[in-house]
Design a protein around this ligand. Sequence first.
Ligand code: ACO
Length: 331
Amino acid sequence: MSVIEKIRRKAALSMKRIALPEGSEPRTLAAAAVLRDESLCRPVLLGNPGEIRAAASLAGVDIRDIEITDPASHPRAEAYAETLYELRKKKGMTPESARALAKDPMHCGVLMVKCGDADGLVSGAVHSTGDMLRPALQIIKTKPGTKIVSSCVLIDCPNKSLGEDGLLIFSDCVVVPCPDAAELADIAISTADTATTLCGIEEPKVALLSFSTKGSASHELVTKVREAAEIAHGLRPDLLLDGELQFDAAISPEVGELKAPGSPVAGHANVLIFPDLQSANIGYKIAQRIGGAEAFAVLQGLAKPCNDLSRGCSVGDIVNTVCMTAVQAQA
Ligand code: ACO
């Protein structure tokens, strides 16, 4: 069974409540109907009810029995505004601006999650990554013990001899442009935890990638990766983790044995930590477009799950992202 099918089945076990702030967007409406029909979770469409019903009718989507919440007249609007004001007053927010923002569907959805009125949120079919991420970073913040929010992409490869039965987890492909060594260590630990909680990988094998393997090259970029591996190892000695490793040394048993003999990870890595956002983002798109892999992105490190979509997403992508969010909420 593919990793996404396992995640869909796991999501269905708990029927989490997931807020969808882009409530009148046609693909989101169609995804909400699939989630209802397949009993995968309880979607909540946010927006003006009249506009949502009109959009559903135009798109030919039956939204009966799907909850609609209007941020403009939400019964908890005042409590959300108060929460937002308390969180952001040191940053210059006034009670009036908090009241206005709490009525914006994206902020309302994030506040629902913050206040426990929804288990998670999925958005981004319309909004950019930054517009979706900023409210989540500012309101939900990081989970205890995690310094930064990052992301990972589940790469389900056609070649099942790679990683965990064909599954490799790449990070950070979406959020942190230039992590320093401590941030890279944080990303490595978060990704190992996501491998376990979301994908059921009991023994993540984490490789911190570079253009050098175990000192084969010297450069400040290599030093950063080596330092990150040392920091991560110090923080989580229980994890199987090694770096710096080249990509081939990380995933090919023959090359790993040759270039990094004795490594607990080389040749068998299932979690691949790239040194920065450019390499990670390019890397996952190469795996997808040239390698024929399926790719599923999630955020990690937030105290409660919120996930971003690509603006080019399909209905299936939204359903999958909502299911991943629901499984993250179970943890
Ligand atoms: N973890 C935790 N908190 C963070 C993080 C992080 N990674 N990044 C920013 N923050 C916090 C800041 O400390 C700040 O908090 P504060 O307001 O309480 O002081 C708040 O979030 C906003 O931070 P800014 O620096 O003002 O926000 P910025 O404009 O830098 O945006 C963002 C942050 C959106 C994550 C930015 O780093 C970014 O644009 N990243 C790249 C996103 C992207 O385009 N990805 C690739 C495309 S997506 C794809 O291909 C699937």
